[in-house]
Write a protein that binds this ligand. Structure first.
Ligand SMILES: N[C@@H](CCC(=O)N[C@@H](CS)C(=O)NCC(=O)O)C(=O)O
Length: 216
């Protein structure tokens, strides 16, 4: 039975779609909107959080982008999710990303992006300021890492790079000062050279994200 990945164009589902397309996984992609009116009944049995991505394989359901990336990489017998001696280092960067660099990006993107797209309230500038402070602290560490290497783990791209960068495709909206960090910019340019990262939704049927009204 063909696996199915439920996705939207938001950051974590985008990440899972990019992984699947990078690995050329033999799966179906289906656009979903579990928070839309009337959709929760369908999706709550699949994921009690109602969030995306969700990977369904027969009776088996997996949610959380990291777990899905691990599953798809194993199925592809790829070292995109490292399985050898590099695995602890990859886990280190995934873990650090979620508490630091990616978290900072998420805080700012939530205020300037998600809240505005989905009418969840006005931008809270003190939260943006907190996110920006966290961003500078994390980016300083990442910048010095990328002075010494091209990718986070070993000599080639791994899931840690995709996870770290999950919110950067949305930086037109989040407006994080990534340009202040040249080694991070060079790393991100390398990611953008990967078709699956740059254009994960190419050929997929998925409506654009709701637009963001310009600030009044
Ligand atoms: N920790 C989860 C977070 C999942 C999550 O927050 N998904 C958001 C998008 S970033 C979502 O489902 N939003 C509703 C939607 O996209 O329709 C993961 O890494 O998969």
């Amino acid at each position: 039975m063909m696996m199915k990945l439920f996705f939207s164009r938001n950051p974590n589902p985008r990440l899972a779609v990019a992984v699947a397309r990078y690995l050329k996984s033999a799966i179906d992609f289906e656009y979903a909107s579990p928070f839309a009116p009337g959709e929760s009944e369908k999706f709550r049995p699949l994921n009690p959080n109602l969030s995306l991505p969700i990977l369904v394989s027969g009776e088996h359901v997996l949610w959380e982008a990291d777990a899905i990336a691990c599953r798809l990489s194993r199925d592809a017998a790829s070292d995109f999710w490292r399985t050898g001696d590099d695995e602890p280092e990859m886990i280190r960067w995934i873990s650090w990303a979620k508490d630091n660099f990616m978290r900072a990006c998420d805080i700012v993107h939530f205020e300037r992006g998600t809240k505005q797209r989905y009418a969840l309230g006005p931008i809270e500038e003190e939260k943006v300021a907190e996110g920006l402070a966290r961003f500078h602290a994390a980016a300083t560490i990442l910048e010095s890492e990328f002075h010494a290497r091209q990718w986070l783990v070993g000599e080639s791209v791994s899931y840690a790079d995709f996870r770290m960068a999950a919110f950067l495709p949305f930086n037109d909206i989040a407006r994080l000062p990534v340009a202040d960090y040249p080694a991070i910019c060079r790393w991100y340019d390398r990611l953008e050279n990967i078709d699956a990262w740059r254009e994960p939704f190419k050929g997929l049927d998925a409506p654009d994200l709701p637009p963001i009204a310009p600030p009044r």
